[in-house]
Write a protein that binds this ligand. Structure first.
Ligand SMILES: Cc1cc2nc3c(=O)[nH]c(=O)nc-3n(C[C@H](O)[C@H](O)[C@H](O)COP(=O)(O)OP(=O)(O)OC[C@H]3O[C@@H](n4cnc5c(N)ncnc54)[C@H](O)[C@@H]3O)c2cc1C
Length: 412
């Protein structure tokens, strides 16, 4: 099919990664076209907690005022519960004296960011599903896009894939199936909103399950009397129980005492949403004429709560790379490759910290051992809080990954 339209840049996906990318491209003087298969407001299963550094990026995107006007619920930190019930509070506010996490329903957050893109002049087409991404020919790729009006082809010198899990752009560019995908535990995420939770206000909770539960829960008060309750559990454990979703959700609540206690007197409002398997990722975040950003580029377990931050920060890095390539007049992989190095430099410590935390989550006995030690070793705890909150200097972040840190944490 001959392309009906030709653009410099097309962004596929209007979640945090795509909307942020489009805003920054517009601010850099480009005229991006953003396509999303959904019509906003649209929901997205998520713990709905955004790490403390997120607000500074929302300011750069020009949407912080709209977010502040909601107003957002502020969380000073998260109480992390080990399987034996001991807990340590990851307190951003106490450690830095200023930072807090935002807790906003994704239905609202994503719409506010996308509205910000529209306000800043980005052309957004909703109800536009990208079906295929063609090969790189003559310095660009052709997308097949399905809308209510029918199918049309759009050619772009650069396609930015911000289409989340199971990215069509990653697939079209031959980037799916990361090798680690096959060894990462296959888990699913399920979440629902509750009204009437009174024990949590300025702190959320992360509750690690005992052996056999194979997962954890995150609870985040959202303000306005609503609380997000999410579980991330092994697919096999879920299948083994063979329960309908409602029953399985109730079983998860009962299995984790801190969750059960927090929900005494509370009632679920709305449906239970689920997503999985969670371990999906791209082989690489670049190909000829393609950059991937947000969940389309990489997916990490959500325990450390950086998905939205990473989507927004990744957008900043993607636009730097896109701008360089478009100005040079070449969008081949050689021109786009510096994006990989920028992502590595920016995210390496947090990614490794995420793996480290996962190791503790998988080994309940280790989690039981380490959690009380954080309370009595404030310097180590401070370093952990800075990394988990995407705060702190590069040096502080690197410190967490040194063998000395691990030794000080694990020594009797
Ligand atoms: C259970 C669970 C809990 C989580 N908890 C947290 C948390 O507490 N904090 C946190 O920061 N992160 C959390 N995350 C991760 C976070 O949700 C993601 O990292 C984040 O949504 C990534 O944003 P994105 O813009 O890349 O993708 P998405 O938000 O998924 O947006 C992708 C967009 O692309 C569109 N799209 C998809 N395919 C197409 C197509 N073919 N054509 C056109 N459009 C398309 C979709 O409609 C969607 O709007 C959690 C994830 C899960 C699963």
């Amino acid at each position: 099919m001959i392309a009906a339209e030709s653009r410099d840049v097309v962004v596929v996906g209007g979640g945090p990664a795509g909307a942020a990318t489009a805003i920054l491209l517009k601010q850099a003087g480009y005229d991006p076209l953003l396509l999303d298969r959904a019509t906003f407001p649209r929901d997205k299963p998520c713990g709905e907690y955004s790490s403390p550094r997120t607000i500074s990026i929302l300011r750069r995107l020009g949407v912080a005022e709209a977010i502040e006007a909601l107003p957002p619920h502020r969380l000073f930190g998260m109480r992390v519960y080990a399987p034996n019930g001991t807990h340590y509070t990851v307190d951003y506010h106490a450690v830095t004296g200023e930072h807090y996490a935002l807790s906003i329903p994704r239905l609202t957050l994503d719409t506010v960011i996308l509205d910000g893109a529209k306000r800043q002049g980005v052309e957004v087409r909703e109800g536009a599903r990208v079906k295929t991404v063609g090969p790189y020919v003559d310095g660009g790729r052709t997308l097949t896009v399905q809308t209510k009006a029918g199918e049309r082809c759009i050619r772009a010198r650069l396609v930015i894939g911000a289409d989340g899990h199971h990215s069509v752009v990653a697939k079209g560019a031959g980037l799916t199936a990361a090798r680690w995908q096959h060894c990462w535990p296959h888990r699913v995420g399920i979440m629902a909103h509750y009204a009437g939770v009174t024990t949590l206000e300025q702190y959320g909770a992360m509750v690690v399950g005992p052996r056999g539960f194979d997962g954890y829960s995150g609870i985040a008060p959202l303000g306005g009397g609503l609380t997000n309750v999410a579980f991330v559990v092994g697919m096999r454990a879920m299948k083994r129980r063979g329960m309908p979703m409602e029953q399985f959700f109730a079983h998860c609540i009962e299995a984790l005492p801190p969750v059960r206690e927090a929900l005494v007197g509370a009632r679920r409002v709305g449906k239970i949403h689920g997503v999985g398997p969670l371990a999906q990722g791209a082989r690489r975040a670049v190909a000829d004429g393609v950059l991937l950003v947000g969940d389309a580029a990489v997916y990490l377990d959500p325990f450390t709560g950086e998905g939205v931050y990473k989507a927004l920060r990744g957008a900043e890095l993607a636009v730097e790379a896109a701008d360089r390539a478009l100005r040079a007049g070449h969008t081949d992989v050689k021109m786009l490759r510096p994006y990989l190095a920028a992502r590595r430099y920016t995210f390496a410590e947090k990614t490794l910290a995420n793996y480290l935390v996962q190791m503790f989550v998988h080994l309940p006995a280790l989690m039981n051992y380490v959690t009380p030690r954080l309370g009595s070793r404030p310097a180590l705890a401070r370093q952990l809080v800075l990394v988990l909150g995407d705060l702190g200097t590069k040096r502080e972040q690197r410190g967490l990954l040194s063998p000395v840190y691990l030794w000080n944490l694990l020594r009797p």
